[in-house]
Design a protein around this ligand. Structure first.
Ligand code: FFO
Ligand code: ATP
Length: 214
């Protein structure tokens, strides 16, 4: 499969996941929750960031329902109101007031007291458009997760003893042979699909470059 630009590749994988039937989507979501049960980090996690599915993304609703049952704290991404291109993670409960963002994705109404700092999260489940077996991620193209999670890869002393797991959730049809890593791309520790849990042996390192991003 030859695609000359990342945009073409993105369109190709977005179309693939949109073509899945409702039943295939449901079965995929259930299978992914089953894989989560096998992960010790999931059983141990108290604070988990997830997302609401859009555009054929792997729907994490069963994970969300399970977390609520288990009294785990859940958050969803909210577009940062001032810091362009960044996300905040905000507490999400069954009665949370939801508001559509500019991409028409529902997000919790922003209340400062309900923002959860990155350092308090145990797992961040990310949506993705395509992934490869090395843990590279291609998203919707806004760079939101890359910018927001960049501080996790700076090896600050606090991060050395408390590591947040960044886990991509995807359909099998979103696996690409090889994605070209960009300087800003964040590595994922795991990718879970209905048929497999990928753990890149050595998660790809963030490529260092001169002017560090915030
Ligand atoms: N479910 C979900 N929530 C998420 C993300 C995501 O990828 N999936 N994001 C991950 O970053 C953030 C939102 N990022 C997004 C970036 C682009 C588009 C999108 O649909 N772009 C359209 C153009 C729309 C426009 O410009 O108005 C497109 O590409 O067709 C959607 C979400 C936060 N929340
Ligand atoms: N840490 C960062 N600092 C500044 N700009 C960034 C950073 N990460 C990404 N970007 C910018 O965002 C743009 C989109 O990045 P990319 O195509 O990797 O997004 P994506 O991972 O597909 O999207 P998303 O994370 O929103 O799902 C890039 O062109 C890059 O300029």
């Amino acid at each position: 499969m030859q695609y000359s630009t990342p945009q073409e590749l993105r369109q190709h994988f977005r179309q693939r996941r949109r073509q899945l039937s409702h039943l295939e989507q449901q079965q995929a979501s259930t299978a992914v929750l089953e894989h989560c049960h096998q992960l010790p980090e999931f059983s141990l996690a108290g604070n988990i960031a997830c997302y609401l599915a859009e555009d054929g993304e792997l729907d994490p609703t069963p994970i969300i329902d399970y977390c609520w049952q288990q009294k785990k704290h859940l958050c969803l991404p909210v577009l940062h109101p001032f810091c362009k291109g960044h996300l905040l993670f905000v507490r999400y409960e069954s009665n949370t007031l939801m508001i559509p963002n500019r991409f028409n994705i529902s997000e919790p109404q922003l209340e400062c007291a309900r923002i959860v700092p990155l350092s308090d999260l145990d797992i961040i489940f990310t949506p993705l458009v395509a992934f490869d077996s090395l843990g590279h991620r291609m998203g919707m193209g806004g760079g939101f997760y890359d910018r927001t999670l960049a501080p996790l890869y700076r090896n600050s002393p606090e991060q050395q003893h408390k590591k947040v797991s960044v886990i991509g959730l995807a359909h099998d049809c979103q696996q690409a042979e090889k994605l070209t890593a960009q300087a800003w791309d964040l590595p994922m520790q795991k990718i879970i699909t209905p048929s497999a849990v990928y753990t890149p042996e050595q998660p790809p390192q963030r490529i260092k470059h001169g002017s560090e991003h915030p």
